[in-house]
Design a protein around this ligand. Structure first.
Ligand code: ASP
Length: 328
């Protein structure tokens, strides 16, 4: 495939079998997961998967499915996005989100929003109803008002679990110790989705509260097109993990370029960047990916990653730990 073919909008293809992959964040550790909690989280992932897959089965575009799945996860306090967003260093919830439509290379993103109930919906509005790609803070929220997008009081995002996680991180800051759980879902937990629709088009989306105890105005990889979120005609990715390393490696773009330009198998390119390049720099995390043939990859180097998928076989899978790798 020549450069232009990888980057230009996808031509109509023979009807594809829809594929959907979602994640609820890397960094899950067994010690934090009672059997009851595993059950609750798996049920939430299954609900989000069903919501997105119903959209694909109805013949609608991949970007609609991505939004449908992510909204379910944003409304669920178990995930670090929307309702369950983690707290910043000074005790706010500041959320980031992005969506990219691989069929058109259109993208929309928001960063540092504090009142938007479903940041993924606002990211989509930026993509479809503005001439921009990324809006931040108060400007993004003014745009949300203009678009009639649900705004809520910041108290909506307050949860005991996330508040306690911040207090623990602040105690560690005060004692000048490295956060003991820098690699766990006390810090991670972003949500995302990638989809292949019946027309053979791909889309990716990611939504997050960022990382617990993040400093003022910190923006992670999730809303940065090419870092934590990317889709083109041949590959779509949503990442989760220590965002600074995804930004420095431009992880999603690198993987998708290796797949579309160098024709590397999806699983190989994804494993190389997520499990080798990022850890070599000192980072960690995971990602979900799908290519235009419906191959799936879900690499992660943390002890677990909340994830669920329906591949070409049409069967639902939900997994948390290293078991249950998706069949290609
Ligand atoms: N990647 C996100 C960030 O750095 C965090 C996460 O994946 O949970 O903002």
């Amino acid at each position: 495939m020549a450069l232009s073919a990888a980057l230009r909008p996808a031509a109509a293809r023979a009807e594809a079998i829809p594929v959907l992959v979602i994640h609820g964040g890397a960094g899950v550790i067994k010690a934090d997961m009672s059997p009851e909690r595993q059950k609750i989280v798996k049920a939430a992932l299954a609900r989000a998967l069903d919501a997105g897959y119903a959209v694909l089965k109805a013949g609608k575009p991949a970007k609609d499915a991505v939004v449908a799945s992510i909204r379910v996860l944003e409304d669920d306090p178990n995930f670090n996005a929307g309702k369950g967003a983690v707290f910043t260093h000074d005790g706010h919830n500041e959320m980031d989100a992005a969506i990219m439509d691989g069929a058109t290379l259109q993208a929309g993103a928001v960063a540092g929003v504090r009142h938007v109930r479903n940041p993924i919906t606002l990211a989509r509005a930026v993509m479809e109803h503005s001439k921009h790609v990324l809006l931040i803070g108060q400007g993004a929220e003014a745009f949300a008002r203009a678009q009639d997008i649900d705004l809520v009081d910041p108290s909506y995002f307050w949860t005991r679990r996330r508040w306690d996680q911040l207090q623990k991180a602040l105690r560690e800051d005060a004692a000048h110790v490295r956060h003991a759980d820098e690699t766990t879902d006390r810090h991670f937990g972003t949500v995302g989705a990638v989809a292949l629709d019946r027309d053979g088009h791909l889309a990716a989306g990611t939504s997050t509260g960022g990382m617990t105890d993040k400093l003022w105005g910190r923006v992670g990889d999730s809303p940065l097109i090419g870092a934590g979120t990317y889709a083109n005609a041949g590959c779509a990715m949503s990442g989760t993990g220590w965002g600074e390393f995804y930004i420095r490696t431009v992880a999603a773009h690198e993987i998708c370029m290796r797949v579309t330009l160098l024709h590397e198998p999806l699983a190989h390119a994804a494993d190389d960047v997520i499990n080798h390049e990022i850890p070599a720099l000192g980072g960690n995390g995971g990602a979900i990916l799908v290519d235009a043939q419906g191959n799936i990859a879900t690499p992660f180097n943390t002890s677990g990653m909340y994830r669920a998928w329906i591949g070409r076989d049409g069967i639902s899978h939900v997994a948390i730990f290293a078991d249950g790798a998706p069949a290609q």
